[in-house]
Design a protein around this ligand. Structure first.
Ligand SMILES: [Zn+2]
Length: 386
């Protein structure tokens, strides 16, 4: 049994290890310190939290008890005493009278006052500061919508955002598992898809709250809604999709039932930019058809046009070509009358596949040339001139 002061140091660990099989009991005369030691360090301000956690590692909270100030031998020296008085001081040398008399004669354990009694402990964190340090990403609460919105604002790159959310979800899963069962591998495609669905669910709740609630209850969407013609429904992962009329078509599930998204959201814009770049800076029409295979973006056309228009690479790759200044047109022989055309003899005709002659080979005084049949005229001759 040890009678201790108010703060043990690390060297106690060595002392305690030298006393195997001996039960250690620690005493403190401050009720506030006792309360610090019996609660989780997270509850206190950083200075106290660091020290209490160090002490708790050496001596567990259950081993700490309260000693009344008048029975605390540590006070004999700390309050000052002459050496000759100390030699005769029984409390210093023997400890409190009740100590060797067994646990039943010790002072009763101090019961910690709970918060309900509104007792403010020094160095206790305020409720707000404690809450601000804890971020919980759940799929149900409204606060998760805000957290996802904050992450969307923070990360402009689509894949970075997906990875961040995937790691947050993995952390949430790992916290519920034993240490040796935790997932510490590279992110899988499944985890990334789960993160994407998590973000999309939150977006849908934010932009289409009434429609989402109706779908959750399996009720039809109001006729005044933009989505009424799409006949939306919620899939197994909680994502709202288009029911449409392609149920029997030989297409993938995602194409038959595309995910409904709003156009006026930063995440959707980043998604369109990502797909535009992934498909080698596809044009407006191609990009729309690629997107439609998975997503139904309400107001897609204007969003896609603006993304392509704002793309720096596309602008650089498609500069406006300058039309060169054209020279004078060459003299056209048809400007002359046919009677003044150069004389020649047709040597060969070149019929096309349809057996119509459009090109002929002509011998003139300048040589042999191929000419269009339309530029050749037969010399008008009377039959009796032969
Ligand atoms: Zn581009």
């Amino acid at each position: 049994m040890l009678l201790l002061g108010d703060r043990p140091c690390k060297s106690w660990t060595g002392w305690l290890s030298m006393l195997p099989g001996i039960e250690v009991q620690a005493w403190v005369d401050s009720t506030i310190v006792l309360q610090w030691l019996q609660e989780h360090p997270r509850k206190w301000e950083k200075y106290v939290a660091v020290r209490t956690s160090t002490i708790q590692e050496i001596i567990p909270p259950s081993k700490w008890r309260h000693v009344p100030t008048e029975d605390n031998p540590a006070d004999c020296i700390s309050r000052g005493m002459l050496p000759e008085d100390l030699l005769q001081h029984k409390l210093w040398w023997d400890g409190p009278k009740w100590l060797p008399m067994g646990e039943e004669n010790w002072p009763p354990r101090k019961v910690i006052e709970k918060k309900s009694e509104k007792v403010q402990i020094p160095e206790e964190k305020s409720v707000n500061s404690e809450v601000s340090n804890v971020i919980v990403l759940t799929s149900q609460s409204e606060s998760s919508v805000d957290i996802v919105s904050q992450l969307i604002e923070k990360y402009s790159n689509f894949m970075t955002l997906i990875r961040v959310v995937a790691f947050v979800l993995r952390f949430s899963d790992n916290c519920r598992k034993k240490i040796n069962e935790r997932n510490l591998k590279f992110l899988s495609v499944h985890e990334q898809n789960r993160a994407r669905d998590c973000i999309i669910k939150n977006l849908q709740r934010k932009h289409f709250p009434e429609e989402y609630k109706c779908c959750e209850k399996n009720n039809p969407v109001s006729k005044s809604s933009k989505l009424s013609k799409l006949v939306p429904f919620i899939d197994d992962n909680g994502v709202m999709r288009v029911k449409g009329r392609l149920e029997n078509a030989d297409l993938s599930y995602e194409t038959r039932h595309p995910i409904i998204l709003p156009a006026k959201d930063k995440f959707v814009k980043n998604l369109v930019v990502f797909i535009h770049e992934m498909h080698l800076h596809s044009g407006v029409y191609l990009l729309q058809s690629i997107l439609r295979a998975k997503y139904w973006i309400v107001g897609m056309k204007s969003l896609v046009k603006s993304v392509v228009k704002m793309c720096v690479n596309c602008t650089k790759a498609k500069p406006k070509t300058e039309t060169p200044l054209m020279g004078n047109l060459p003299a056209y022989q048809n400007q002359l009358k046919a009677s003044r055309w150069k004389m020649g003899r047709i040597q060969e005709v070149h019929p096309g596949r349809d057996n119509v002659v459009r090109v002929v080979t002509v011998r003139t005084s300048d040589g042999i040339q191929k000419r269009a049949a339309s530029t050749v005229a037969k010399i008008p001759m009377e039959e009796d001139s032969y």
